[in-house]
Design a protein around this ligand. Sequence first.
Ligand code: PMP
Length: 303
Amino acid sequence: MADPHPHVYFRDRLVPAHEATLGVATSAVLYGLSVYTVFPVHVDDGVRSAFRLRDHYRRLVESCRIIGIDRFADEWSFDRFVAVAGELVAANAPTSDVFVRATVHVDESIPGTRVRGCGTVVSMFVYDAVPIVPQDGMRLGTSTWRRIPDYAIPSRAKVNGAYVNSVLAKQGAIDAGYDDAVFLDGAGHVCELSAANIFVVRGGTLITPDVSCDILDGINRRTVLTLAAEEGIRVEERTVDLTELYIADEVFATGTSAGVAPVVEVDGRTVGEGVPGPVCEVLRKRHAAALRSDDGRGWVSYL
Ligand code: PMP
């Protein structure tokens, strides 16, 4: 991730980035007890448009509820969230696209691992929108690390501590010469990448693991499912076998920081023709357009 831009929102105000620090004895630091989201802001000639901000806010509220961080929803309305995001982005005045990472940290040094009733602090910072995976055809390797099951750390909650699992998979993939990892669940079914959802195209049908497959309920996953339906593409959300990736016509990934990213190789096997496929290309263009203009859907908020 790129460095934060100079102004960071922390403890109810904008501060220089180096002043936005948490204590070493807080639960956020000790246990990774924070929840977060990252949303994109498209910058075009001074116009700043955030994508699906309400959905990002809602997922943050839901992450808090699942984990038991009980104060955030009371203290942070959607209007407050938007106002702070707007103030932060305006203060940094980015000249090109950025990502904004909003985090709710458990900011209390408590004996034992508890969460209910603990104090929280919200941070928000802006950084350059650099994709985390190649955009012209990436190579994936199946991870030997399995995706944390929902019954251990809930997949719907975007919890900082759970990302150790992603780091293990991503580092393993890089060490083995791949761009990213395919996470399987305990039964060997496909879940997602280290920080992106996965889609497969077979015989014209777009297939993706359903939300009960230990995946993050990705906002761009939902976006692509909507856009695919609008394009008249048949969609299936279901269990996906690893071997389906090997015989797919196309594979691609979605995410805020991944975009809609084509996959050209999985475990040394060429996907389709070994180049980005037509379904991915159509959805990639539709997704890029949706990030920039609203089309009456309410997906874009101007900051
Ligand atoms: N899965 C994981 C594990 C992720 O970290 C991300 C990135 N947030 C995604 C999927 C994609 O989610 P979104 O489309 O909401 O960015």
